[in-house]
Design a protein around this ligand. Sequence first.
Ligand SMILES: [Zn+2]
Length: 69
Amino acid sequence: MVKKRKLPLKACVKCKTLVQDGVEVCPVCGSREFTEEWDGIVGILNPEKSEVARILSIKQKGLFSIKVR
Ligand SMILES: [Zn+2]
C-alpha cells in the first residue's frame, strides 16, 4: 500500500525553488510568494551543464519543482 506523504516543502512562484515550509523569503530571488500547489521535483547540481536546468531556465543549484500551478 502506497501512502501519499506530503513533503514539507513549498515552491517559489517566481523561480520555482523549493524551500521548507517555514521559510518566508525565497533565498534565490527574494520573492515572498510561495505555493503548495507544485508538481515534480528536480535537483540541479550543476546548472551550467544541466540540460534540465536549461529547459527550466534555472541558474542556481538546488531543488526545484517542475511545475508550479
Ligand atoms: Zn524564488
